[in-house]
Each structure stands twice: as structure tokens, then as C-alpha cells.
Design a protein around this ligand. Structure first.
Ligand code: SF4
Length: 554
């Protein structure tokens, strides 16, 4: 029968798509790609782009790069194109990707567990100065990011990083991203258990393994045995949190399905206790569930949290035990509420071996190659050669003898790296923002830094732990939903009716065992110019009205 001519699109009835028929889960036979991302991943594994970068793109230049590699597979090796300079935030949503792309890249170096040696940091600093115009940001996932990277230089950068045991493998993309780890693993006096061997084993089995390099979307993970709950376990796809089992001793409480961005969810406990030497098995089971059952039709539903929401924790644990581990997990206790509000390890602290560790704060994670090189020299002169990055955009020098502490603190402060920072410098984080990010609508890093300086000047006696997080768009790279004051970048009209950069305000978010999302105060937006006045007003009012023991979020 001849096909009937199509009616105008406007007349087409809206058909309801059955979620269960069409979420694109491999485990129920949906192997036909349902969108462009799934198609390019099926066409060629993201890990394979490395050979093309080394043999073709780095030799023939930016214009030779296949678009599916440029905006897709290159992420598997930590490369994103950065935003073309001079494009304002109003154009972010309306320009085509190729109009936003600069011919330079952001390159993310993964630092699993935040562990660095002074030699590695020296190399990171040198690469920054030689190939990245001096840029280097410490991210809130313990990574270091460069900007202004040319494709021609990428093989040389990889060679230098890999010579000191660092890599960019699966630093971005639909992959198992960096594994967060307690920055004081193995040294803290109050540690419940050292998760380092588990991080090493997960890295060895999973990272760069083609069996796990085509996930529905990113998979974020965290392992910490610190009672401070110092790896934002609540917002990872999988997290192992140190607990002491009354019969079996120290091990980990298993959490799954956390994540921010749109539709944020706090991870949920499966009620299972996992011993150290079984963490990698359980990790492999959970990431396999995500790969096999995770939703692939819509990018907006392709995180583990959506599968968990549909299944519930009981079914999730049952599938993990029956289909993947082939054994039952041991029931276990929940972690205890930390005694401290700060989880960043900033300041001078005694280690269990009698030495000290010294945590310090740049502004909003922004450093530069020259500073990183100097930090590596200062750390080498005062410690054993070990450093850590934190999930709060801070750094720590380990293994400092008592008689070296004062000298180290002075050397860091001389670099404007504060060991005793104000609450504002300590608690303010900012994402990349409009300077380099193609999704950004507003500026973040410079504004966060100047907000810190303003607040230090205006309310120098403020003494309450406070978190102020700035995002350049509705995504959640700087975790605005779980900050005391979360600032989501957007364009708005000022009092003269002109379109300007501003922020939607979220108040009262928190992590820890009282984790919850900040309230989006209806209509409460501040322009960028008004931001210091607004935050000062909120904090001063809190100072004046707080009752004994009351914290900002209550
Ligand atoms: Fe870019 Fe938005 Fe993430 Fe900031 S929150 S880094 S602007 S995607």
C-alpha cells in the first residue's frame, strides 16, 4: 500500500513513551543505540581515540579532528574543548557547539585518592608553564585541570605525566572517573580504616578496562575511612564509608546512587558492610549493574540515581548479590555523625606517627604552574615528598616533623596559601565558569575570589564554618545544592532593566548525616554587583541573631 502523505507536524498526536520498554538498558536487550552519544560509543570505544591523537590529530592539527572524537571520545582521555574567548553567557544556549568551541583544550589529570608526590607536582607545574599558559586549577574532585592545551602538545604531555605515574585516562567521558579518597588516608590519628589498598585495586581492575569504558554516563566514586566523611560520599554513584562493625571490625558502609546536577539525589545506604579486601569486588558489581541496567535513552536519566529510584535499595542489593557477587553481603552499621564541621583538613594536625600534616587554602582552587612548582619545592624541603589534594579545592603536605611546621607554614603563607584561612577562603568554592566552560552563563572563579576578599574586609570577626559555592550554570560542578549559600549563575535584569550576570540563591544545603539540599528561595536572585552586599547582609544577620550552638544551616 502506498504511504499516505504526512500530515503537518503540528497535527501529530503526542505519543507516550513506555519507560520500561525504551530506557535503553543492555540487560534487557536494547543494544540498538537510541541517541547520538550511544551511537558514537558503539561505533568505536572512547579509549581508542588515543591512537588517533598520537598518530594523526597531533601531527595534522585541530582541523583534522573527527567531530565525534572532538566532542565525544576525546573526553575518555580527559580532553574537552574550551570556550572560545569573548562569547557572552547569553549566547551559550543558542550557538552551535562548533561556534562555542575554541581550538584549545581543557585537560584533566586524574589524581586518585588525591595522592601526589613532590616530583609529580613538579612535573604538573612544569607542564602548566610550558603547555598551558601557566593555568592549573585544583578541582573539587581532587583532580588538577589545565587550559589552553594544543592538540599538538598532548602526546608530549602524556609522556611526561606517565613517566611519573600520572594519567588522564577516563578523567572525563561516560567512564569510571577519578576515585575520591580521604586525603589523610594512612596517616590520620582518628582513621577508622585506610582505604588506599582498595583504591589501588579498583584502579588496577577497572580504570582503562574496555569492559567498563562504555557506561550510560559518568560514574563517580569515593572511598574513605575517615570519621570526618571527607569525600562527599553522599553525592557519588558509589561510595565506601569507613565504619567499625561490632563483630567483624573496621570496614566500609556501602552507599549508591548519589549525584547532583538536575534532579539531585543524596546517595542511599544499602545496609551492607564491606571488608577492605572485598571493596573492589563490590565496586565491580555495582559498576556492572550500571553498565548493564543503566538507562541509555535519555542523557538526563542516564545516571545510576534514576535506576536506584525505580528499583529501590532492596532490589538493588538483591540484584548485586544474586546476579553479580553470587553471595550475600553482611549487614552493617551506618557511619557516625562527624564531630567537626570542616572536612577539608586545612590547618596543622598531628599524624598517628607523631609527624604533622599541614592543609592549606588557595582561593577557589585557583593556583598556577609556577605556584605548584614552588609548593613541590617547599613540600620537599619540609616533608617526606608526599602531598594530597582534597575534595574542597585545597592541598595538604604530609609527614612534617614538629620542628619544621612553623617554617612550612611561613613558606606557604608567603605564597598566599593560607594555613589559617578565614571561613570565607576556607569555605568558598567555584566551578570553572565562563572563562573556559562552554556551558557557562556567568563568571565564577574571579568573582568567588573577589567575594572572599570583600567578606574578609567587611566582616573580619565572622567565625562560623560556612560554605559558599558558585556555579556558572544550572549544572552542579561546584555542588551549589549542598552549600550553606549556593549561587547558581544566570542572566537577569538589574534595577535599570539591563541584562546582567547574576545568581539564583539556594540557602541551607548541607552534607554529612544531616545532608539535604538548600532551599531555592523563590525569586531570590542577586546581580553579580550586589553579591558582596547580599552575602554580607545574610551573614551579619545570622551573627546577630544566632543562639548558642546554632549553625548557619539550621
Ligand atoms: Fe561549566 Fe556549569 Fe560545570 Fe560551571 S557548573 S563548570 S559553568 S558546566
Amino acid at each position: 500500500m502506498a504511504a499516505t502523505p504526512e500530515k503537518p507536524a503540528a497535527a501529530a498526536p503526542r505519543r507516550k513513551v513506555s519507560r520500561h520498554r525504551g530506557e535503553g538498558q543492555w540487560a534487557v536487550g536494547h543494544f540498538t543505540p537510541l541517541n547520538g552519544n550511544e551511537q558514537f560509543k558503539k561505533d568505536d570505544d572512547g579509549l581508542n581515540v588515543r591512537t588517533r591523537i598520537e598518530t594523526i590529530y597531533s601531527k595534522r592539527g585541530f582541523d583534522s579532528i573527527d567531530p565525534n572524537d572532538l566532542r565525544g571520545r576525546m573526553r575518555w582521555w580527559g580532553l574537552y574543548t574550551q570556550r572560545r574567548p569573548g562569547i557572552d553567557g547569553g549566547k551559550t544556549a543558542i550557538l552551535e557547539p562548533e561556534e562555542l568551541d575554541d581550538e584549545y583544550f581543557m585537560l584533566r589529570v586524574r589524581i586518585d585518592g588525591g595522592r601526589l608526590t613532590t616530583e609529580q607536582l613538579r612535573v604538573i607545574g612544569e607542564i602548566s608553564q610550558e603547555f598551558a599558559r601557566g593555568t592549573a586549577d585544583i578541582t573539587d574532585r581532587q583532580n588538577i585541570q589545565y587550559h589552553w592545551i594544543r592538540i599538538e602538545d598532548v602526546p608530549e604531555i602524556w609522556e611526561r605525566l606517565e613517566a611519573v605515574g600520572l594519567s588522564t585516562t577516563e578523567a572525563c567521558g561516560d567512564t569510571p572517573r577519578v576515585i575520591l579518597g580521604s586525603p589523610v588516608a594512612g596517616i590520620a590519628e582518628d582513621e577508622i580504616i585506610d582505604g588506599t589498598p582498595a583504591i589501588d585495586e579498583v584502579q588496577r581492575r577497572i580504570i582503562g578496562n574496555p569492559a567498563f569504558s562504555n557506561l550510560p554516563r559518568k560514574f563517580k566514586s569515593a572511598i574513605s575511612g575517615s570519621p570526618l566523611l571527607d569525600v562527599v560520599h553522599e553525592i557519588n554513584d558509589i561510595a565506601f564509608v569507613g565504619v567499625a562493625h561490632p563483630e567483624h571490625g573496621p570496614g566500609f558502609d556501602l552507599w549508591v546512587g548519589g549525584g547532583l546536577s538536575t534532579n539531585p539525589k543524596i546517595g542511599q545506604r544499602l545496609g551492607a558492610w564491606v571488608p577492605l579486601d572485598e571493596v573492589a569486588d563490590v565496586y565491580e558489581g555495582v559498576i556492572s549493574i550500571f553498565r548493564d541496567y543503566g538507562y541509555r535513552r535519555l542523557r538526563t536519566r542516564a545516571r545510576l540515581k534514576f535506576l536506584l529510584a525505580d528499583w529501590g535499595t532492596e532490589k538493588f542489593r538483591q540484584v548485586l548479590e544474586d546476579e553479580y557477587l553470587k553471595r550475600k553481603l553482611v549487614d552493617g552499621p551506618a557511619p557516625a555523625q562527624p564531630v567537626e564541621r570542616w572536612r577539608d583538613h586545612v590547618g596543622v594536625h598531628r599524624q598517628k606517627d607523631g609527624n604533622f600534616y599541614v592543609g592549606f587554602a588557595p582561593r577557589v582552587g585557583r593556583v598556577d604552574g609556577a605556584t605548584l612548582t614552588k609548593i613541590s619545592e617547599v613540600a620537599a624541603a619540609h616533608g617526606s615528598g608526599r602531598l594530597r589534594t582534597t575534595a574542597e579545592q585545597k592541598m595538604i603536605v604530609l609527614d612534617v616533623a614538629e620542628d619544621q611546621v612553623d617554617s612550612l607554614v611561613s613558606a606557604l603563607e608567603a605564597l598566599d596559601l593560607r594555613v589559617n584561612p578565614s571561613p570565607f577562603r576556607r569555605g568558598t568554592m567555584a566551578c570553572t565558569g565562563i572563562e573556559f566552560c562552554k556551558l557557562a552563563i556567568v563568571e565564577t572563579k574571579a568573582r568567588g575570589a573577589s567575594l572572599i576578599d570583600e567578606l574578609e574586609r567587611r566582616i573580619p570577626d565572622f567565625d562560623e564554618p560556612i560554605t559558599i559555592n558558585l556555579n556558572g550554570c544550572p549544572n552542579a560542578c561546584a555542588r551549589i545544592q549542598v552549600a550553606d549559600i549556593g549561587l547558581k549563575g544566570q542572566l537577569m535584569l538589574d534595577k535599570n532593566g539591563d541584562q546582567v550576570e547574576g545568581y539564583q540563591v539556594h540557602l541551607g544545603g548541607a552534607l554529612g548525616l544531616e545532608a539535604g539540599f538548600g532551599r531555592k528561595v523563590r525569586g531570590l536572585k542577586v546581580t553579580a554587583d550586589e553579591l558582596p552586599d547580599y552575602v554580607e547582609r545574610v551573614l551579619t544577620r545570622f551573627q546577630e541573631q544566632r543562639e548558642s550552638g546554632e549553625r548557619f544551616a539550621t
